[in-house]
Design a protein around this ligand. Structure first.
Ligand code: FES
Length: 167
């Protein structure tokens, strides 16, 4: 065992240095976070992402369109795959999110034999009409989110799905 003992002065000095350092870190962290915040932002938010869906091939029957994009969180880059249910309503394209507004399961088109031509959520039997409106009496309380879209070089581009404005 060492015979060196910590003097009262040294003990106070170490303690105050430690506490001071801790407090300085607490003040500096928000500033550092503010400085690097742009790096932590996810890429692609608000941007339109290309899909492999040709606009000319979209009909009035909803089809599932998967699209993949790269997402960067700080230094971690990953590939994310999203899905949309896409169909034509006259001249307009409708692109709906498949995420059920009840508890987030995935809805499918026309899979419930008793209620054809509707979106159906198998988790708690939620149903939506073709335009994504939640059917009263089923668990979802809000319509499906809608993707903004663009057409470029004949292909469908989708933005970030947003809640539909309810009347
Ligand atoms: S999660 Fe879709 S009905 Fe419950």
């Amino acid at each position: 065992m060492s015979k060196e003992r910590v003097s009262r002065r040294q003990f106070l000095s170490y303690t105050l240095t430690g506490v001071g350092g801790f407090m300085a870190a607490g003040m500096l962290m928000p500033m550092v976070r503010f400085a690097v915040d742009p790096v932590l932002k996810t890429e692609g938010a608000g941007n339109f992402i290309a899909t492999k869906q040709k606009v000319s091939e979209i009909t009035d029957e909803p089809v599932r369109v998967d699209f993949t994009f790269k997402q960067k969180d700080a230094w971690y880059e990953s590939e994310v795959t999203n899905t949309a249910w896409v169909y034509k309503n006259g001249d307009k394209i409708v692109a709906l999110s498949p995420t059920c507004k009840h508890l987030g399961c995935t809805v499918n088109w026309n899979t419930d034999k008793e209620h054809p031509n509707q979106f159906f959520c198998p988790c708690h039997y939620g149903r939506y009409t073709k335009d994504g409106t939640n059917i009263k009496g089923t668990p979802p309380l809000h319509p499906l989110d809608v993707y903004p879209y663009k057409e470029k070089d004949g292909f469908l581009y989708l933005g970030k799905a947003e809640p539909r404005k309810e009347a």
